[in-house]
Write a new protein. Structure first.
Length: 85
């Protein structure tokens, strides 16, 4: 698996904590735009890690290029990530 990815002028570091727990629940992945970090839960199966990575990558692309409506649409991002995978 890769350790970083460039989106436009930003280079995101990819972190793999065992799990991602935030207020409100547990997540498979998370993108931190200001910190330029994508987190993918390491406890997932390889298939789920790959699909989650694509989902978070799409969030970062939407954020970088100001596609705000799509960035808020989790279902559409899931479908796009599934299609890409």
């Amino acid at each position: 698996m890769i350790n970083g990815i460039k989106i436009g002028t930003k280079t995101y570091t990819i972190e793999r904590p065992l799990e991602i727990v935030q207020v409100g629940g547990e997540f498979s992945g998370m993108a931190h735009y200001r910190e330029e970090v994508i987190k993918i839960a390491d406890k997932l199966s390889q298939h789920d890690k790959n699909q989650t990575f694509l989902h978070e990558l799409l969030h970062c692309i939407c954020n970088r290029f100001y596609i705000e409506e799509l960035n808020k649409d989790e279902q559409s991002l899931d479908l796009l990530a599934t299609g890409l995978y």
